[in-house]
Design a protein around this ligand. Structure first.
Ligand code: FMN
Length: 393
């Protein structure tokens, strides 16, 4: 007993001393391995304050448990990453996912949302449902309000190669909600549960739901709603911690995610305002969620999911890309979009290009030029010029 007491006292003292040394040397990365058996102080050359902040919010990062299992038995899907790239309509096409996956090969990606009823009479697979043959893990997201349409669309999505089917019950856009889809399902929990049951019966892959905390401030029903979805057979729930009325404004209230996590048995993914390694770590710590989903933080920055994933796995921050490297990525993105979608890809690339351009002198001017490009060459020349200027400066 005495030995244990002396041993723990020495160990605790060593633990505190390591932190003190790290702080006094201005070390900015401390790696805590599981069970705090090993305390590794690593000297990192830049951004000490932020990493110390990370240390403070997540002092006992367990880097050994970074997997996530969705579903049960032989239909289960196990991910070697607890960081997910969210579905983003008009953004997360096959090209964008290729870029994200380059830095986060083990993370789950989502297609843009696909309207289930639109597949009823289509003979060919719509472009938003296309996935690379080796693209894994991948979820196809569907939206609609008719259980039969959703069930038959889910079958097509599985034929297409989806590892999981996600149902959108969070979209706040009027065009979607007035037809009974997206977040309007929060107000029809029986129908939402029926949808989950029917889709679960139709396919052999896990069926998941992405939703919000409620319709508006006066109608926050995520606790009852998520329980009903779990009972109906949902294998995982992603909670975007805003109401439908908030759309994308105001801070996400992560406390609701904690409350959902506390009451469910299936995995809960936290979403909303996860736009940096620091916010991801803080959210995981506050909510106890099984994973985090990055969204707007990835616009013009396909490195984010990889950065969070790396930190969770290694306990140290990955070196961030320079602005020149970010612009180089933009240039590649443009080329890939044009190769995949032709002129439509060039047109669609304009918004991406503007998202990439921030945080350097001349960014504003470059953004407005890139928002009007008519060819790959034009865009790449502009980006090349900016990269050269940055490199010389
Ligand atoms: C441009 C854009 C498109 C989106 N498209 C989808 C979508 O297709 N399906 C979906 O479930 N959520 C969609 N969302 C919502 C995001 O996935 C995410 O839930 C939301 O942006 C909150 O996370 P954030 O605060 O980190 O951005 C979209 C959001 C934006 C900004």
């Amino acid at each position: 007993m005495q030995k244990i007491w002396i041993g723990s006292t020495i160990y605790f003292a060593a633990f505190r001393l390591s932190i003190a040394i790290a702080r006094s040397n201005d070390c900015n990365v401390i790696e805590f391995l599981s069970g705090f058996d090993v305390v590794q102080a690593m000297i990192w050359s830049h951004r000490p304050t932020k990493s110390l902040a990370l240390m403070a919010v997540f002092p006992k990062l367990n880097t050994s448990h970074q997997s996530l299992t969705i579903g049960h038995g032989h239909h289960a899907v196990t991910l070697n990453s607890r960081v997910l790239q969210s579905p983003l309509s008009g953004v997360t096409d096959l090209v964008f996912r290729r870029l994200v996956r380059r830095y986060a090969p083990e993370s789950m990606m989502y297609t843009e949302m696909v309207q289930a009823s639109s597949l009823q009479h289509l003979k060919e697979t719509p472009i938003i449902m296309e996935i690379d043959p080796d693209e894994r893990p991948i979820s196809i997201q569907l939206f609609d309000c008719r259980p039969d349409f959703l069930a038959s669309a889910a079958v097509k999505a599985v034929e297409q190669g989806a590892d999981t089917i996600d149902i959108n019950m969070g979209c706040p856009v009027n065009k979607i909600t007035k037809n009974g889809g997206g977040s309007s399902l929060l107000r029809q929990p029986e129908l939402a549960a029926q949808i989950v049951r029917d889709v679960v019966n139709a396919v052999d892959v896990p069926v998941t739901v992405k939703t919000r905390i409620g319709w508006d401030e006066g109608e926050i029903n995520i606790l009852e709603f998520s329980k009903q979805l779990q009972d109906a057979g949902a294998a995982m729930i992603t909670v975007h911690a805003r109401t439908r009325a908030q759309a994308y404004n105001g801070p996400a209230d992560w406390d609701w995610i904690r409350r959902v996590k506390d009451q469910l048995e299936i995995p809960v993914i936290a979403n909303g305002d996860i736009d940096s390694v620091e916010s991801a770590v803080r959210c995981l710590e506050l909510t106890g969620a099984d994973g985090v989903m990055c969204s707007r933080g990835t616009l013009g920055y396909p490195f984010l999911v990889g950065e969070v994933d790396y930190y969770l796995k290694h306990g140290v921050e990955k070196v961030k890309p320079t602005i020149a490297q970010i612009l180089q990525c933009a240039s590649e993105h443009l080329e890939m979009l044009a190769a995949y979608k032709g002129d439509r890809g060039i047109y669609q690339s304009r918004k991406h290009m503007t998202w990439y351009c921030k945080g350097f002198p001349g960014a504003h001017e470059l953004r407005s030029q890139l928002s009007q490009i008519r060819s790959v060459q034009e865009g790449q020349d502009l980006l090349k010029g900016a990269i050269e200027t940055l490199t010389i400066a």
